[in-house]
Write a protein that binds this ligand. Structure first.
Ligand code: 5AD
Ligand code: SF4
Length: 451
């Protein structure tokens, strides 16, 4: 293929989950074929893409305020006789495309997560001064038409194996913005994993909104599950770490639990959102499991892989949540004892069933107060977990510069950020680090030199 001369500047701002980071990388790949080169600032860019997330509150307002900030850049460029295409992609675009087009006349393109492979046509139309809205769910998969990946986020690479969700938790927009569940074929995934390792990836993070519901076509014609994928990928020469995210407790089947004991390179850390510890609230959330079911999964995983640590997501203040329900969430968190955990105040997302439960809404000051109590518990757990690492030697995958001069940053097996002083030539390696100090959100240490 002829080498494309890169002469146009592309600035992408990404919000939200790792799925969006993966999608942004794919957009960079597609647009590099059209001569666009990724840059770090919007100044003088030829195209700006906001890859948005709709999962929690104020998503749309954030997009509008960012668009407002970008507008002068576009005007400045046009005053010089240039052109700057402004695009809104991702889940806000999917959910509110027409509203964006109406309220922000300087936006040229709006498109949802399922149509990134159609970017070349959309760019062509927008370059001809046509405003493009594309929020259809196409019948062919975007994975079939995306170019092979070139962008690699250092030594740790994302690989999307599954997309969409059929679970319809009552609070969640994902089934509406990402569409129904779709699993890529195992062959495609294995080929992509091989390429990523060839390009220097030491770690692969298998991604999906419901990654452990994966059920794709295997090379043997049978349906493969996530455990099969992990087994196969672990055979790739040069790969050292595997992770997967995000999972649903209902899909933690026995095969997948067993893999945690069988495959050493599957890292001993699992993000397993539970959302609430109250069975009444779990039911109202349509989670289709109880808190004891979740406790059992955690216990089984600990038995299979004794050094495993957990993180989770909790929603605080879901409609109908009483003090007693909230205490059940605190109790579940105490029982599990997380290495880290995210908690969010419930926010009604338009179009979701829970958004109709207006009369049961928990008053905001009560939800805020509960959230603060929950986060105090989680901070305690996280700090204690980090402290328990002091004095230990952990393998750390270094994939970026730290904030301070001469500092490198990487991830421990438990996904903690670890900072050391070191030469940048060490980036892209897994090295043993003696942990000297633990903080609430990170660790510092020294690389151990083996003579
Ligand atoms: N309100 C608050 N938090 C939410 N999440 C998803 N939808 C909502 C909502 N409407 C949280 C869940 C999910 C995480 C990605 O975001 O905890 O696991
Ligand atoms: Fe949303 Fe529930 Fe699907 Fe997760 S499982 S993406 S919370 S609907």
């Amino acid at each position: 293929m002829a080498k494309t001369h890169k002469h146009k500047k592309l600035y992408i701002k990404t919000w939200g989950c790792q799925m969006n980071v993966y999608d942004s990388n794919r957009m960079v790949d597609i647009l590099s074929g059209l001569g666009y080169e990724n840059v770090d600032t919007p100044d003088d860019a030829d195209m700006i893409i906001l890859n948005t997330c709709h999962i929690r509150e104020k998503a749309t307002e954030k997009v509008f305020s960012e668009l407002g900030r970008l507008r002068p850049h576009k005007q400045a460029k046009e005053a010089k006789g240039g052109k700057m295409l402004v695009a809104v992609a991702g889940c806000v675009a999917q959910a509110e495309g027409d509203i964006i087009m109406d309220r922000a006349p300087y936006v040229d393109m709006v498109f949802g997560p399922q149509v990134y492979h159609e970017l070349p046509e959309m760019v062509l139309k927008a370059s001809g001064d046509e405003r493009v809205v594309n929020t259809e769910f196409p019948t062919i998969s975007k994975f079939d038409s995306l170019p092979k990946e070139h962008t690699i986020e250092g030594a740790s690479a994302y690989l999307s194996v599954q997309e969409g969700c059929d679970k319809f938790c009552a609070f969640c927009v994902v089934p509406y913005t990402r569409g129904e569940e779709y699993s890529r074929s195992a062959v495609e995934i294995i080929e992509e994993a091989r390429r990523l390792v060839d390009q220097g990836a030491l770690e692969i993070i298998l991604l999906g909104q419901n990654v452990n519901a994966y059920h794709g076509e295997g090379p043997d014609g049978k349906t493969w599950n996530l455990a099969d994928i992990i087994h196969k990928i672990s055979e790739i020469e040069g790969l050292e770490r595997i992770r997967y995210s995000t999972s649903h407790p209902r899909d933690m089947d026995d095969d997948l639990i067993a893999v945690h004991g069988e495959i050493e390179m599957l890292q001993p850390f699992l993000h397993l959102p539970v959302q609430s510890g109250s069975d009444k609230i779990l039911k109202a959330m349509n989670r289709k499991h109880t808190s004891d079911f979740y406790r059992e999964i955690i216990a089984k995983l600990r038995k299979t892989r004794p050094d495993i640590a957990f993180s989770s997501d909790y929603i605080i203040g879901f409609p109908g949540e009483t003090e007693e329900d909230f205490e059940a969430s605190l109790q579940l968190a105490r029982d599990v004892n997380y290495a880290s955990c995210y908690s969010f105040k419930y926010s009604a997302r338009p179009g979701t069933p829970a958004a109709n439960l207006k009369e049961a809404m928990v008053p905001d000051h009560i939800a805020s107060e509960r959230l603060a109590r929950f986060q105090a518990l989680i901070n305690e757990q996280q700090t204690a977990f980090n402290k328990s690492c002091e004095g230990k030697t952990l393998p750390v995958l270094f994939d970026r510069h730290g904030k301070k001069a001469g500092q490198l940053s990487g991830r421990s097996p438990y996904f903690q950020s670890v900072y050391v002083q070191g030469n940048e030539r060490l980036l892209g390696n897994i090295l043993p680090v003696k942990i000297t100090q633990a903080f609430d959100n990170s660790l510092t240490g020294e690389i151990e030199i083996n003579d």
